[in-house]
Design a protein around this ligand. Structure first.
Ligand code: MN
Length: 490
């Protein structure tokens, strides 16, 4: 459903962050005027899109600037509104966020699906974002675009869905945003692998019927017991995402057999605090025997690298089946679902709430410095042992001083900031560096000393014969690689 402006205001009122409704209204009215007459592929007025995005951002508890930027996020790209105008009306921060969202929108999956290429694409995205709120707005934007993907022309659908699975979902995962990651994957799944999606959906349907009945029995019994012991908590069943089921089935220990998957439906218990988690675990094991060897995983004592905290235990129901029970506190739950967004919202709320002690308890993150999130991202990555794709560590330093350049074929090259077409040519191949005739950036001729920007497509037109590099090039090239190769050729 398309949220109305009134719905957005209601969502904002539920959030703990201090937000000036008049300022939100101003951004909404400005956006509505700017988009006036434009329609989505679905036929809906364009304003429905930024409203949906803003509503998602507000539901994540983000600040006023983020919600304003979400309402305005497409104006620079799709309307005559300028950056200057945004800055004058809404302040430089909002303009900066909208500009970031516009820039990251240029990151597109081209021909290659190669792991290194895709990884560079993700890095490029982060480098261009510069502020975590830009990434969060982009994720909310992609979420709505995926919800309305069937309205988009057929030839675009697959590319957008593939980008979602290859670039956006992994970013969400790195940010610890489990909920949006799962939703993005499941929305993209039928477009990327239509056949497998059908098979999985069918399998899911038949299997769920059997599992559901037994799980519900366990839920109602646990409810009684936990209530009797005066534990204040919520308990419900959750279904596994289809795309992650598809992946899990391919694991060697699962051997494509759905009977080997025990968390198709899991029981989730959400407690008030951490100590109650262990009390609950005691009651669960007292009532249902834990499955030997599959064991209990205590991700509270030892959180996962992305900050995920929960206790997982597999127990026998009274029908010989196996049920997974996941126990976590309310704070851990919002952290698991919203990750970095919860972290950001938390740091904002803390600013405004005197009584911050309750908020602080059980939270895996601290110190919300501006650039801290990129360092955090890097640390999370360093700790993910099996993340082969992420060999180069993603530190703030390496990132903020790098730009990402495309060849006309769609390969990505990682160059230092301020790099020129000459740097690019030598990065592609030394031979290309020795055949430079002239250079085009985004199909326009430029000088050889032209400083490149992330996302530029650079084409080098070649001379017929090899030629000596120009000594002046040494004045402006930035990469040590290009410098060395030029010196050698002179
Ligand atoms: Mn958009």
């Amino acid at each position: 459903m398309n949220p109305s402006f009134k719905d957005l205001i209601n969502t904002i009122k539920k959030s703990k962050t201090k937000i000036n409704i008049a300022d939100i209204t101003k951004a909404y009215q400005f956006a509505e005027k700017a988009y006036h007459g434009q329609k989505r592929h679905s036929g809906d007025p364009f304003i429905t899109h930024p409203l949906h995005v803003a509503n998602t951002i507000a539901s994540w508890g983000l600040d006023q600037e983020s919600i304003q930027a979400a309402l305005l996020h497409d104006v620079l790209e799709d309307t005559p509104v300028t950056h200057k105008e945004l800055a004058q009306k809404f302040g430089s921060k909002v303009a900066f966020l909208v500009n970031g969202v516009t820039k990251t929108g240029q990151v597109k999956l081209r021909n290659s699906k190669d792991q290194v290429f895709v990884e560079n694409l993700r890095k490029m995205f982060i480098a261009m974002a510069k502020d975590i709120r830009v990434v969060l707005i982009r994720l909310a934007d992609r979420y709505h675009n995926m919800l309305t993907l069937t309205a988009v022309p057929l030839e675009k659908q697959k590319r957008i869905a593939l980008e979602t699975i290859e670039v956006y979902a992994p970013l969400a995962e790195r940010l610890g945003m489990g909920k949006i990651k799962g939703e993005l994957e499941d929305l993209a799944f039928p477009f990327v692998h239509p056949k497998q999606y059908k098979t999985i959906s069918q399998l899911f349907k038949t299997q769920i019927k059997q599992t559901k009945k037994h799980t519900n029995q366990v839920i109602s019994q646990l409810k009684k017991i936990l209530k009797k012991n005066q534990l204040d908590l919520q308990i419900h069943g959750r279904f596994k995402n289809k795309y992650s089921l598809y992946h899990k089935l391919q694991r060697s220990d699962i051997d494509n057999n759905i009977n080997n998957i025990h968390d198709l439906v899991a029981i989730r218990i959400i407690t008030k605090n951490q100590l109650d988690c262990y009390t609950c675990l005691g009651h669960v094991h007292k009532t249902y025997k834990p499955v030997p060897y599959l064991g209990v995983s205590d991700f509270i004592a030892q959180p996962k690298p992305n900050g995920y905290q929960s206790i997982h235990t597999k127990v026998f129901d009274h029908h010989g089946g196996v049920v997974e029970v996941q126990i976590r506190s309310q704070d851990m739950h919002s952290q698991a679902e919203l990750g970095a967004a919860a972290h950001y919202a938390y740091s904002q709320a803390k600013k405004y709430t005197k009584d911050s002690i309750a908020l602080e308890k059980g939270t895996a993150f601290k110190s919300p410095k501006k650039t801290e999130w990129i360092c955090q991202l890097a640390r999370w990555q360093d700790q993910v042992a099996d993340s082969k794709e992420f060999k180069t560590s993603l530190t703030l330093d390496t990132l903020s001083h790098r730009i990402y350049i495309f060849s006309p074929k769609g390969d990505v090259y990682d160059l230092p900031e301020g790099a020129t077409p000459v740097d690019f040519a030598f990065a592609v191949h030394s031979d290309l560096g020795l055949h430079i005739q002239r250079a085009k950036v985004n199909q326009k001729l430029v000088s050889l000393s032209h400083p490149l920007k992330s996302g530029d497509v650079v084409e080098i037109e070649k001379t017929k014969k090899k030629r000596k590099p120009n000594r002046d090039w040494l004045q402006f090239v930035k990469s040590s690689q290009a410098k060395a190769k030029i010196r050698k050729a002179l």
